[in-house]
Design a protein around this ligand. Structure first.
Ligand SMILES: *Cc1c(COP(=O)(O)O)cnc(C)c1O
Length: 427
């Protein structure tokens, strides 16, 4: 659906997936606050339900405002199609749903958003799924973890919270050799800083809640499919490559080719799981995306300045920003995220856990919030909040040890942010 692949990112983020409203000529995408759509006649209805014609049936499945966002997300990531859903966590389930079955597993990085580690290690069990967590810098360990029941490899581009940049090309090669898809959570990088499909990812998942909307107003998620994976190359993905009993025996890959995953996600995923994004949320996200490149440039500039300043502060023991010379991941930045390594990192305070608590309570301009990617600068003590359900060993592996604080640098004036951090560190 990326019908304008030759355009610049700055153009795609404003125009892709939208046209003047066919009914009214409205230039902005209208908010179709609507549940059902009138069929022309019974034959039209039957064709829509049979997927012989594409159109709007019911907003749990498709809605014009949400469809505009789906098309824009596909274009921004360079994918063949996208499906939006109610949150980033919903997107992860939606990405895995067509691939998984009881007894199957995912090989996942140890460095993930805390909520994802919990979803994968605890809630997966209810579906009979499991996850094997591996250090993704140890490529042999990743290879060794993949077995006959593995149906996906999962990682984040820039892992939350630790300033870790994944070598997507190397991981994609391992997944490809094993004949299974690589799923990349690109939330912290956004397609402006990294396009994982260009590094070999099959599916890209997003929490739209973060940088894409960009001002902390909605929760939303998206799954973008590259359209490049051959679901029929093995018998591992019968939902896509064999007659699907949940849709009167339709073979999605045979019927829809590179759009198989997206059609399956809408026709079965949204139909039966119901994790639908609403039109209002899609509207806020479309508005946010129009300024994505401008905001990300500023986020990165601010993060670079502030990380460098923090590294020189006497109360700070370490800063994990991958834009710093001290970061072991700096060398990967030009290849993986050439426009900068995001605006999310942790600082380790010399005063340990107590100093972290004092610091979080002393900031004034930074807000103590369990979110990231907001225009506002945010701070959180991950170990006692977002990564609280993890064991201390898991916290350390994820970069959320008890003596570190996570910063999400916003787009305010950098000098004001530094002044606030300075007074809070002094406390
Ligand atoms: C926030 C986040 C999620 C979960 O997204 P929600 O919209 O909160 O459900 C997943 N991955 C990463 C990297 C995140 O930052």
């Amino acid at each position: 659906m990326s019908d304008t692949p030759t355009q610049q990112f700055e153009t795609i983020q404003i125009h892709a997936g939208t046209e003047p409203d066919p009914a009214t000529g409205a230039r902005q995408v209208p908010i179709y606050q609507n549940a059902g759509y009138v069929f022309r006649d019974t034959e039209h209805a039957a064709k829509l339900f049979g997927l012989q014609e594409v159109g709007f049936i019911y907003s749990r499945l498709t809605n014009p405002t949400v469809a505009a966002l789906q098309n824009r997300m596909a274009a921004l990531e360079g994918g063949a199609g996208a499906v939006c859903c109610s949150s980033g966590h919903a997107a992860q389930i939606m990405a895995l749903f067509p691939l998984m079955a009881p007894g199957r597993n995912v090989v996942a990085s140890t460095r993930l958003y805390g909520g994802t580690i919990t979803q994968f290690s605890q809630t997966f069990k209810r579906f009979g799924w499991s996850a094997k967590f591996v250090d993704f810098d140890d490529l042999d360990a990743v290879k060794a973890a993949i077995d006959d029941d593995t149906r996906a490899v999962f990682c984040e581009t820039i892992a939350n919270p630790g300033g870790y940049v994944t070598d997507l090309d190397a991981i994609a090669k391992i997944a490809d050799d094993a004949g299974i898809p690589l799923i990349v959570d690109n939330t912290s990088a956004t397609p402006y800083l990294c396009r994982p499909i260009e590094h070999g990812a099959t599916l890209v998942v997003h929490s739209l809640t973060k940088y894409l909307t960009g001002n902390g107003t909605v929760t939303g998620g998206a799954v973008v499919d590259s359209g490049k994976f051959d679901w029929s190359a093995s018998d591992k993905f019968p939902s896509l490559s064999a007659p699907e009993p949940a849709y009167h025996g339709l073979n999605f890959h045979e019927t829809f080719g590179p759009a198989a995953f997206t059609f399956h996600s809408i026709a079965i995923g949204l139909r039966d799981l119901g994790m639908t994004l609403n039109a209002q949320a899609a509207h806020y996200t479309l508005m946010g995306i129009e300024t994505l490149s401008l905001r990300m440039t500023r986020h990165v500039e601010n993060a670079q300045k502030i990380a460098r300043w923090l590294e020189g502060h006497e109360a700070v023991a370490a800063v994990t920003y991958p834009g710093l010379d001290s970061s072991p991941y700096k060398a990967r930045v030009p290849r993986i995220c050439p426009k900068g390594p995001g605006a999310l990192f942790t600082i380790k305070l010399k005063g340990g856990y107590d100093a972290c608590v004092k610091f979080v309570e002393s900031v004034k301009l930074f807000s103590h919030v369990a979110n990231l990617g907001d225009a506002r600068s945010l701070v959180i003590h991950s170990a006692s909040t977002t990564h609280r359900q993890l064991t201390e060993e898991q916290q350390i592996a994820a970069g959320a040890a008890p003596d570190v604080v996570r910063l999400s640098i916003g787009i305010e004036g950098a000098e004001d942010l530094i002044a606030d951090l300075d007074q809070a560190l002094g406390a």
